[in-house]
Design a protein around this ligand. Structure first.
Ligand code: B1M
Length: 217
């Protein structure tokens, strides 16, 4: 198999042995670290999600795939292009919302923003809004970023925005939302109409990056 397909298979099969050699080879062949993630690794993850959703793959195997994904991203991270990290372009508090453990996408957002001059305070998974607000205050954040992949997380995000309204914080922090269960219409129509501040949807980490500048202002 060509190395790209091999990497895709490694994600699907959860096979980490020889992973680093394949990553090295893909880079030596001229594929950038980001393209390896976006083209090959995420394609593998997409197939994992489809199989899991169809009941063809059991949870422990999905977990193994996620571990291989994380190992690969950590290995590739130092090879990614970086702009001046001290650029001070703005600060985001980033979290996976309450009840949700999915963090691969959130951590990709962290890497992409950090590599492009933003300061990211990554709170981790299952974060209640009270903790997100406390961190945003403590770190004097410019933006709050929330990630969530479960359908129920879309409801949690809505509750979180209402909490920001209620506590008078809507005008203080613009909110960036992302994750597979969200849609642009849900965020930019439904949620935007009930939130007293600015809320935007990012389909992927790069859209998140593009949105940071207007959100930080
Ligand atoms: Co879970 N899981 N999972 N899972 N899992 C999904 C989300 C699911 C769609 C799979 C399926 O059924 N087809 C399904 C949700 C269904 C639903 O809600 N209707 C599901 C389920 C059901 C579950 C459990 C409930 C299973 C169970 O226990 N029975 C459980 C949840 C536990 C919980 O959260 N309380 C569970 C557990 C797990 C694992 C632990 C095994 C593992 C996660 C490991 C980890 O993250 N550390 C896992 C995985 C790996 C997946 C799938 C297969 C892959 C997710 C992923 O990492 N994708 C997933 C299938 C899918 O998404 N279609 C699935 C790659 C990642 C890069 O994409 O996170 O979408 P994503 O991020 C993207 C964009 O969304 C965006 O940028 C990224 C790309 O650039 N983005 C942002 C994300 N956040 C952003 C924030 C931003 C901006 C952009 O700004 C703030």
């Amino acid at each position: 198999l060509p190395v790209g397909e091999r990497l895709e298979r490694r994600i699907i099969d959860g096979e980490a042995k020889g992973l680093e050699a394949d990553l090295d080879q893909a880079m030596a062949d001229g594929t950038s670290a980001l393209d390896i993630i976006n083209v090959h690794l995420l394609e593998g993850m997409k197939i994992v999600g489809e199989r899991f959703g169809a009941g063809e793959m059991q949870l422990p195997f999905v977990l193994q795939s996620a571990e291989v994904m994380k190992t690969a991203v950590a290995y590739l991270e130092p090879h990614m292009d970086k702009t001046d990290a001290s650029a001070g372009k703005g600060r985001i508090v980033l979290a996976t919302v309450r009840g949700d453990v999915h963090d691969i996408g959130k951590n990709l957002v962290d890497i992409i923003l950090t590599n492009n001059g933003y300061e990211v305070v990554n709170l981790g998974i299952k974060q209640p809004i009270t903790d997100i607000i406390a961190a945003a205050e403590r770190h004097n954040a410019d933006v709050i970023g929330m990630s969530g992949l479960l359908v129920k997380s879309t409801v949690v995000m809505k509750e979180n925005l209402l909490e920001l309204n209620q506590r008078g914080f809507a005008g203080r922090w613009p909110v960036l939302l992302g994750g597979a269960a969200l849609t642009r219409a849900y965020v930019e129509d439904d949620l935007a109409s009930l939130f007293d501040g600015t809320v935007r949807y990012a389909r992927d980490a790069f859209e998140g990056l593009a949105l940071m500048e207007p959100l930080v202002k």
